[in-house]
Design a binder for this molecule. Structure first.
Ligand SMILES: Nc1ncnc2c1ncn2[C@@H]1O[C@H](COP(=O)(O)OP(=O)(O)OP(=O)(O)O)[C@@H](O)[C@H]1O
Ligand SMILES: [Mg+2]
Length: 426
């Protein structure tokens, strides 16, 4: 008979760590979330080798005392979940898993000075083994350094991607948290180069949010987005979604935030598809950043090891609210085409001989380099007033002439004229 044995604690922790931190970006997400939960106004993230050899996160939040440091790196110890009600989660963290998980698979140092304390303290954890807390020189707040992530789990180490790929994933993570919190200054440095820097945005929330979104998703998005602000049964939806003329070939610039938490939920993709169904070719996707705020008991955030998904108690209602608000907003703007499409189209028409501008699918798009998620303006968007022939149909170069006698919409000029492509020209 095989022997049943209880696994040693160190191994249990390494196994659990595999779920919580499966790559450097996951560690960054946890550390930045902790800084946000600590009420930081400023968060500085530094990477070496895409976070593989060093991730450091410094914040100016409330910090920790010497007594709290060993607890912070102990599994299932948290200051965030008051009582034992998992339906009352008001922080980004709640499990007391992240720091111990990171400490189990790396060389971790936590240096912290509580607000008002006259001394900072430091604790080192290496492969799950904690040292003694020692005094340290540090301003106020918390500095976490993670060196040699996964050195203690060689199997995981083998599956790490290139430094470049890891740095890109980290950039995405930081961008999403920065979108959720325009009131916080974020800086991301990678191998001594500043990759991102967003100053805390001023003004009331919607304005601050739009400014932050403009920095991250591109100025085009801010200039060509409809504003959503609606409420039903204590569920509040705010945010921005692009005019149909500003769209992309993938859904990567569609973001959902639930109670300030960035989540990848299928619900948003479906809702956007439904709302833009009549306005966009099927292979084009609008840009959107939607913020749903509701009572914590109406959403379960404890459904995914990296807290990347949520489960709404009433998903149909939330989806309906999003689709309804989008449709309403899109109807209200009616003819308004994105400024960038109109101007880009005009400029190109002036520069180039007729017939050449719209020649190739996906080609000469206007892209703007500001921010990592530079937006792209493309053909294929169809405004509601355009000829109905292309609605609900996938528009592809080549099959235009047979299926669409009036041509396929390729752009809009002067906010009025639809430019359509037919077999023999524009
Ligand atoms: N940057 C920080 N500033 C102040 N306190 C912190 C910071 N990071 C961690 N802590 C403290 O350490 C505790 C443990 O952090 P950890 O991330 O492991 O768990 P958590 O945030 O409570 O839950 P989760 O595992 O869901 O993230 C926190 O509850 C908090 O009290
Ligand atoms: Mg945490």
């Amino acid at each position: 008979m095989t022997e049943l044995r209880r696994l040693p604690e160190g191994l249990v922790n390494r196994i659990a760590a595999g779920e919580v931190v499966e790559r450097p970006a996951a560690a960054v997400k946890e550390l930045v979330e902790n800084a946000v939960d600590a009420n930081a106004r400023q968060i500085v993230i530094t990477l070496h080798d895409g976070g593989k050899t060093l991730i450091s996160v410094a914040d100016d939040g409330h910090g920790m005392t010497a007594e709290e440091l060993p607890l912070a790196v102990t599994r299932h110890v948290t200051s965030k979940l008051q009582g034992d009600d998992l339906t009352e989660i008001r922080w980004l963290g709640f499990r007391g898993e992240a720091l111990p998980a990171i400490g189990a698979v790396s060389r971790l140092t936590v240096t912290s000075r509580e607000i008002g304390a006259d001394q900072a303290w430091m604790l080192e954890v290496e492969g799950g083994v904690s040292r003694l807390v020692v005094p340290a020189a540090f301003g106020s707040g918390t500095l976490i350094k993670v060196r040699d992530l996964f050195f203690a789990t060689p199997a995981r180490l083998k599956f790490m991607k290139t430094s470049r790929a890891e740095a890109m994933a980290i950039t995405d993570v930081v961008n999403q948290l920065a979108m959720a919190r325009p009131d916080i200054t974020f800086t991301l440095k990678s191998d001594d180069r500043t990759r991102l820097h967003y100053d805390a945005a001023q003004g009331e929330l919607m304005e601050a949010r739009l400014n932050r979104l403009a920095e991250i998703m591109g100025r085009d998005f801010a200039d060509n987005a409809i504003t959503l602000e609606t409420e039903r049964d204590d569920v509040r939806l705010t945010g921005y979604a692009s005019l149909p003329t500003l769209n992309r070939g993938n859904a990567r610039l569609q973001f959902l935030f639930v109670n300030g938490r960035p989540v990848r939920d299928k619900l948003i993709f479906g809702a956007l598809r439904a709302a833009y169904n009549d306005l966009l070719a099927r292979d084009r996707h609008p840009l959107a950043a939607l913020f749903v705020d509701l009572h914590p008991s109406s959403v379960d955030v404890n459904v995914h090891p990296a807290k990347a998904e949520v489960r709404f108690r009433e998903p149909g209602m939330v989806r309906g609210l999003i689709v309804g608000a989008l449709r309403h907003g899109l109807n209200a703007v009616g003819h308004r085409a994105s400024t960038t499409v109109s101007q880009a189209a005009l400029g190109a028409m002036q520069r180039e001989a007729p017939g050449t501008f719209f020649a190739a699918p996906g080609a000469p798009n206007v892209s703007h380099q500001k921010g990592s998620g530079a937006s792209e303006v493309s053909q294929g968007a169809l405004m509601p007033t355009a000829s109905p022939v292309a609605i609900n149909e996938e528009i592809r170069e080549g099959d235009v002439s047979d299926s669409f006698p009036l041509g396929a919409a390729r752009g809009q000029l002067h906010d009025t004229y639809i430019v359509a492509q037919t077999a023999d020209g524009l």
